[in-house]
Design a binder for this molecule. Sequence first.
Ligand code: ADP
Length: 522
Amino acid sequence: MRKTLYLKFLIGYVLFAVFGFITVATFGARMSTDYALRIAARDLYEEAVRIADTYAADLYDSRISLDTAQSQAETLSAFMDTEIWVLNPSGRMVVNSAAAPDPQQEIIVEDFDPTVAQSSYYTVGRFFGSFDSDRLSVIAPIVSDYKIRGYVVIHMSMDRVAQTGDRLLNIAYAMLVVLLFLSLIILLFFTEIVYRPLRTIIRSTEQYAAGNYHYPLSIEGDDELSYLAASISYMADSVARSEDDQKKFIANVSHDFRSPLTSIRGFLEAMLDGTIPLESHDRYLKIVLNETDRLRGLTESLLTLNNLNTRGMLLQKSTFDINECLRGVAASFEQVCRSRDIRFRLVLSGSVLYTEADREKIQQVIYNLVDNAIKFSHDHSEIRLETTEKGGKIYVSVRDNGIGIPKSDQSQIWERFYKSDASRGKDKKGTGLGLSIVREIIRAHGENINLISTEGAGSTFVFSLPRSTVNDDRNAEGELPVVQESAESAPPSASQPSAPAASQSAPPAASQSTSQSAPPAS
Ligand code: ADP
């Protein structure tokens, strides 16, 4: 049988009860007898001293007769259920409450030694062979004229002491029973507060282990167990979500690979069987090339996303000028913009603005945002790239006056492979991965990205970056924002010797002297 926590707790409870009774029965019995003996001895001794100071002293000073002393001893002993003696120092019995001594016949306690009690004021035994069974005896001296004239001895039967001890022991047993009863409350508390919630959690985890991630688990309250239940339930939700995501992801990847492959296959087959005449081959081969480009872009985006996810926070941070980065990206898109008469407007905070981030990855973010802005802009429009500083942060925004994003799509555009219906017509090459990459990179930096968009009017993507303290050493004269316009007549690269050469296909990273590795992600 599996030993449940409850069973263990019950065994602990029973052991507690058994050991409790054993302890009370052994140590408790001895302690209560000792205690009863000491209390009885103390009371008897006090009484003996009182008698020695009053009646007995009066007897020796001849203030009362022997008969009076004898009758008083008898009354007192009957009241106290004891035996009271008055002995001479030699041990001769003068008064005996049990039987008045015969004056003709001397009774002597043989070997009487008043120091028998030694340091304590009582002794237990047969009192120099005077009794058949044990007695508790106390001895108090009778002092007169600074001389010991005799002794008052009081005896009590040990059965009476034992009776008192037993009474004390019974109280201890009663207390133990009450205690055990009260500790049942702990057992009930444990059952209700710990055991039942724990059973619920175990039942749920068994369901989760069996793959039923949607099994409901919630425990009321705000203690550790309800927190544990909430965490486990959250974990199950995450696993369920990631399973769903994985399925969706594979379905999307397969779909996005299948369509270009189908079209490539179709064109090649048509060329081979002559459906497409030889003179048209060039045109269709270009389409095939285009499709292969798309497949390559898709693979590279997937690899980038995978690396971002698995390597997580591995960023190569450096201090660099974000303004220069924006100029570089604008320059690299110059040719495609020129063909569609799209102008860049750069509104930059100062001539240089340093941030501390992974340069290559931030370039990729800007590249993806600008690429989207161009794709979804109308011809003859303007794209505005802006940097601002606020509260130790740098804000970079990319604004277009394009088709905008419907409200209903705005939360979904960050998902992998998401492409709005509108974009499918306008952008056949898009993979729907660009913004996922953007968000992963910004998150890896511990920063945020936001979207403000109105359908039909345009979109603005704003993301934050940490502001480098290097900026504090800049020209203290307070630089005004620099506005640049990129057009056929005034390319930004012309004013920036360090900006990369304009190119439609080359990513901004390719123009940096440090690296050539970052391909356009979307
Ligand atoms: P893609 O590579 O297909 O552009 P993204 O992840 O970059 O994928 O974008 C996802 C979707 O978000 C796009 O298909 C488009 O519908 C929408 N989107 C992104 N940027 C813009 C923009 N500037 N204007 C309008 N729609 C946009």
